[in-house]
Design a protein around this ligand. Structure first.
Ligand code: SF4
Length: 421
């Protein structure tokens, strides 16, 4: 698979445990949907009090720099004090980003959240959510719902609009069409996030230990006894799929794994264009400039910029001397004067595409997490990976994954070698 990108030519995002672009707050574990790949158990009576949330924000403030606070859960819109929570975060100088399935979002609530200082929404919409009125709809049919929320935000204005979808092996084929849909609405859709499906399989390959005590994982919400679907899809495969529609799709930055430096745990692509044409993809130098300049002037790395900066694509041409990607974008743009005048005379937008590859369990049992995890959350007085919070809640620590002796054998040949002995 000719990727033509690698850790050598991508910008390694400078995000780390103490100085990151995002932190992750869960004001509740309650949700109004039951998504297939969810990693949080849906606990109805779990709304945190404002003082508990204040304590968690204090901990973030004391241990970690961040630009934005992702407010998640469960679904934060079911928390009765979500407007106050947004106000608390905004008053501390962070950008409140609400991660929601959108079910509970009304125009009235949106206006209250806007007044309280909400900076953006990330709508989690995919075909494995058992969503009332949308059951059985595939990813393409769900674009109607995505557009509904994008227009709702655009009408109010000044709010960043992102969509995320869990990508299952059987829905990978829809990803290019979702990227195309995002181009058609590049004026009101600022970020698309694809999160690759992961589940802890209880198929006898591994045992789980807390300290020296073997534990059962079967009541952990992200564990599954019988899972025939692949649980090891890689970011590169999603890029290869997108390239079926956008052959020159090119990431610019990444977060590696805690064990595999050449694993693309967060793989970021920035593109510029409009609904008539994508002029190209920003390069690693552009992203390095954006992150370091933002940090130099604000003391923080950047996760979510304001919608108005997304609309100023041509302004970024000024950075052509520093970035190969921008030079190519500018070249394609000026060429479009002859080849595609509609594209030339239309506004040029910036749009981000993020691919997230959660936990990889390696043959030796090591867990390859995201190095510089942006979705770090609070557990008691510590910062932990939100994707493994269920283990914290159950055992006060993450389980150690230990391969059963026989399964340490990585490849079939080795297997045969062992069996031949
Ligand atoms: S380590 Fe887990 S919580 Fe952190 S970014 Fe990766 S998948 Fe998300």
């Amino acid at each position: 698979m000719g990727l033509n990108f690698s850790p050598q030519n991508l910008y390694r995002l400078p995000w780390n445990l103490a100085d990151n672009a995002i932190s992750w707050l869960e004001p509740t574990y309650a949700c109004n949907l039951y998504c297939d790949g969810c990693y949080r158990e849906n606990r109805k009576a779990s709304h945190k009090s404002l003082s508990e949330i204040e304590r968690e924000l204090d901990l973030f403030a004391s241990l970690r720099k961040s630009d934005s606070i992702s407010i998640a859960g469960g679904d934060p819109l079911v928390h009765p004090q979500i407007v106050e929570i947004v106000r608390m975060i905004r008053q501390r100088g962070w950008k409140p980003i609400i991660n929601t399935n959108g079910q509970a979002l009304t125009k009235d609530l949106l206006l209250k959240l806007k007044e309280a200082g909400v900076w953006g929404f990330t709508f989690h919409i995919d075909s494995y959510q058992n969503r009332p009125h949308w059951k059985g709809k595939n990813e393409i049919e769900l674009n109607e719902l995505r557009l509904h929320y994008a227009k709702m935000l655009a009408e109010v204005g000044g709010i960043t609009c992102s969509f995320n979808a869990t990508v299952y092996p059987e829905t990978i084929k829809y990803v290019p069409e979702l990227v195309k849909w995002a181009q058609e609405h590049i004026d009101i859709v600022h970020i698309m996030v694809f999160i690759i499906y992961r589940i802890a399989t209880l198929d006898g390959l591994y045992d789980y230990y807390i300290g020296d005590k073997k534990v059962t994982f079967d009541d952990i919400t992200y564990a599954r006894e019988f899972e025939t679907r692949r649980t090891d899809v890689k970011s590169e495969e999603i890029v290869a799929e997108i390239r079926k529609v956008y052959p020159d799709f090119m990431p610019c930055a990444f977060l590696n794994g805690t064990h595999l430096p050449n694993s693309y745990k967060w793989l970021l692509t920035g593109r510029m264009g409009n609904k008539h044409q994508i002029f190209g993809y920003v390069g690693s130098k552009f992203m390095e400039l954006v992150q370091t300049m933002n940090h130099f002037f604000t003391g923080r790395y950047l996760a979510y910029s304001h919608p108005k900066t997304q609309r100023r694509g041509r302004l970024y041409f000024l950075l052509s001397p520093f970035d190969k990607g921008i030079r190519q974008i500018a070249k394609n743009y000026f060429k479009s004067f002859f080849s595609n005048p509609k594209a030339f005379f239309n506004r040029v937008y910036y749009q981000s595409i993020m691919i997230i590859q959660p936990i990889d369990i390696l043959p030796d049992g090591e867990t390859n997490m995201c190095d510089g995890c942006p979705d770090i959350t609070v557990w008691k007085d510590r910062l932990v990976w939100s994707c493994r919070m269920e283990e914290q809640l159950k055992w006060g620590q993450q389980a150690r994954v230990v391969p059963k002796a026989k399964e340490l054998v990585e490849t079939k040949e080795q297997k045969q070698e062992v069996e031949a002995k």
